[in-house]
Design a protein around this ligand. Structure first.
Ligand SMILES: [Zn+2]
Length: 284
């Protein structure tokens, strides 16, 4: 997998190098079936498990990039977005001449399905409030993060994906976790992680925020607004993207004002769009 700098205005585009460089832009209309991971599909060509890379790109302020992959699955790495963030920092992020556009939410848009809920509301910056309620040993966790002020690389990117040991065989039988194991997920036993320690006491809900940021990237631009999610997952996240994009009265394209530049030296001036300063190679 290779990430290449891209011109201002091009957005995030996946390119299947094993299929004559077939391109799939990371936008809502290309969202495919969604269960344990988010996939994109265009004209029958699939890219799966896009959410962690997309999260790292949005979180670090990289607007324009070409993602070359030679198969349908993105590497799981350590189950978090931290290896991407470290790679971006190592090559550098270059601001571009064109101003960054965001999707400014003007009206509430909500999706509810039983006990699952997700909504997006008008607000300055990009903030996320997330609550989860999983079987023991996770239980109830909630967090709130303001991406304009907090350092994505330190507080969200390191949070790893997780799974229950008791589900392992079932998931394997479904072909869902071919490469997964203790090196790239928190594995939960009855009393807690069996491959601890955790990186944060609330690592599970932080990972849900990581996934949410990656899935909402499929709106095509960074959201300007406040997101509330309860017991949601990839299907709810992407349903919100579809509903938001369809309702043209609920948002407008806006330029991010200068005073909202995020803290943290690795994040570029938020007024300008940005790409990578050099190609990045990620191990499969
Ligand atoms: Zn995830």
């Amino acid at each position: 997998m290779r990430l290449l700098p891209a011109p201002a205005g091009s957005g995030i585009v996946f390119r299947r190098t094993d299929l004559d460089n077939f391109e799939i832009p990371a936008v809502g209309r290309n969202v495919a079936k969604v269960s344990y991971a988010t996939s994109l599909m265009r004209q029958g060509v699939l890219i799966s498990t896009t959410e962690h890379l997309l999260s790292a790109l949005i979180g670090m302020g990289v607007d324009n990039v070409i993602v070359e992959v030679d198969n349908l699955e993105l590497p799981i790495l350590d189950g978090s977005a931290l290896p991407y963030v470290q790679a971006f920092i190592s090559v550098g992020i270059r601001t571009q001449r064109r101003r960054r556009e965001s999707i400014r939410v003007l009206r509430a848009v909500e999706v509810r399905e039983g006990e699952k809920f997700i909504g997006v509301y008008p607000g300055s910056g990009y903030s996320i409030q997330y609550a989860i309620d999983f079987p023991a040993p996770i239980g109830h966790q909630r967090t709130r993060i303001d991406l304009a002020a907090e350092n994505y690389g330190a507080s969200i990117a390191p949070a790893r994906t997780f799974g229950y040991k008791s589900d392992e065989q079932k998931l394997r039988d479904m072909g869902l976790i071919r490469g997964a194991g203790p090196a790239n997920a928190i594995i939960l036993g009855d009393r807690g992680p069996i491959n601890g320690p955790l990186r944060f006491a609330d690592e599970y809900v932080r990972h849900k925020v990581l996934d949410l940021i990656g899935d909402l990237a499929l709106a095509g631009r960074r959201i300007e607004g406040h997101v509330v999610a309860e017991r949601a997952g990839h299907a709810m996240h992407t349903a919100l993207v579809s509903r938001l994009l369809k309702d043209r009265s609920a948002w407008e394209l806006a330029h991010v004002p200068a005073q909202e530049s995020p803290a943290g030296e690795s994040v570029p001036d938020n007024v300008a769009g940005a790409s990578l300063a050099a190609p990045v190679l990620m191990g499969a």
